[in-house]
Design a protein around this ligand. Structure first.
Ligand SMILES: Nc1ncnc2c1ncn2[C@@H]1O[C@H](COP(=O)(O)OP(=O)(O)O)[C@@H](O)[C@H]1O
Ligand SMILES: [Mg+2]
Length: 261
C-alpha cells in the first residue's frame, strides 16, 4: 500500500537526527549526525544521520555506490569526516583513533571478509582480541565465538584461506565478536554467498543481537535484512532518503519498487 506515511519518514532536514518519528530506541548507543565525507572532490556522504539503539538491528540499505561502506568506515574512524559528528555512548568520537574505537566496543566487520588467509582460524580469532592481555578473558571470548559459530570449531587449526565463502564470513563475524563489541558494524555479510548460506548468516546476525550486541547491518539484500531488522535507513548517493521501522519499509511502495524487486 502506498503512503504508509504514518510510519515511514522522509529524510530529515540536515543536521537533525531522525525524521518526524525517528528511530524509537530509548537507549541510543550510536548517533551519526549530519556526517559528510569527501574523497578528494567527490562528496560521497552528504549529511548522513542515523541512530542505533541498544538491542537493535538497524539496516542501512542502498544500491552499489550509495555510500554504505563509506558510512561504516567513517564511523570506525578509518576515514576522516569532513563534517558532522559520530557520537558513541554519548561521546563524540570523530578524533578517536580506530583501534581505540574498537576498544570501546564499536567494531566493524569489513566488506569482503578481509580474513588473513594464510593464518589459521585460531590465529584469525586471536587478532580480534588483539587489545587483550588477559588469557582467561581471551579464552572466554573464544569459547563464546566458537559456540556461536560451531563450524569454526571443526576448522580451528585449518588455514583460513581453505574455508568456504560462508565459513570465511562466519570467521570474520566471529573475529568481530572476539573484540567484545557493543555495536557490530556488518558490511554486506551475505555478499556472494549461496541462498542457504545467506539464510544462515542472517540467522547468526539475530543470534549476535541475542548476545546483547546491537548491529548496524549494511546489505544489498534489503528484503532479508529488513525481515530481521528493527529499523532501517535507505541511502541514495550519499543521502538518507527514507527511514522507518523495518516493517514500514518492507511495505513502502518506493522501497518495494527500488530494492525489493
Ligand atoms: N577510495 C575512494 N576514492 C574515491 N572514491 C571512492 C572511494 N571509495 C568509494 N568511493 C566512491 O564513493 C561512493 C560511495 O562508495 P561506497 O561507500 O563504497 O558505496 P557502497 O558501499 O554503498 O557500495 C562511490 O561513488 C564510490 O565510487
Ligand atoms: Mg560497500
Amino acid at each position: 500500500m502506498i503512503g504508509n506515511t504514518a510510519e515511514v519518514s522522509p529524510a530529515p532536514p540536515l543536521g537533525q537526527t531522525g525524521g518526524p518519528l525517528g528511530n524509537p530506541t530509548t537507549e541510543p548507543l550510536l548517533n551519526v549526525r549530519d556526517l559528510h565525507v569527501h574523497y578528494g572532490k567527490i562528496h560521497a556522504l552528504q549529511g548522513v544521520s542515523l541512530t542505533v539503539g541498544k538491542d537493535q538491528i538497524v539496516c542501512l540499505i542502498g544500491a552499489n555506490g550509495a555510500g554504505k561502506t563509506t558510512t561504516l568506515r567513517a564511523i570506525s574512524g578509518i576515514l576522516a569526516a569532513s563534517g558532522g559528528e559520530v557520537v558513541y555512548q554519548g561521546e563524540v568520537i570523530n578524533a578517536v583513533a580506530p583501534f581505540d574505537i574498537v576498544g570501546r566496543g564499536l567494531v566493524q566487520v569489513p566488506e569482503g571478509r578481509r580474513i588473513f588467509s594464510r593464518m589459521t582460524v585460531a590465529e584469525n580469532l586471536r587478532i580480534g582480541a588483539f587489545r587483550q592481555k588477559d588469557k582467561q578473558w581471551i579464552a572466554d571470548m573464544e569459547a563464546r565465538s566458537l559456540d556461536m559459530f560451531p563450524v569454526l570449531k571443526q576448522r580451528f587449526k585449518q588455514v583460513a584461506g581453505t574455508l568456504s565463502g560462508g565459513e570465511q564470513q562466519m570467521l570474520a563475524m566471529a573475529r568481530g565478536m572476539m573484540s567484545n563489541p557493543k555495536v557490530l558494524l556488518l558490511d554486506e555479510p551475505s555478499m556472494g554467498l549461496a541462498p542457504l548460506l545467506v539464510e544462515k548468516i542472517f540467522d547468526t546476525v539475530v543470534e549476535i543481537r541475542k548476545q546483547g550486541v546491537a548491529v548496524l547491518l549494511v546489505e544489498q539484500n534489503a528484503f532479508l535484512a529488513l525481515q530481521i531488522g528493527d529499523y532501517g535507513y535507505v541511502l541514495e548517493t550519499g543521502k538518507i532518503v527514507l527511514e522507518g521501522s523495518s516493517q514500514a519499509l518492507l511495505e513502502n511502495a518506493q522501497v518495494k519498487e527500488a530494492y525489493l524487486g
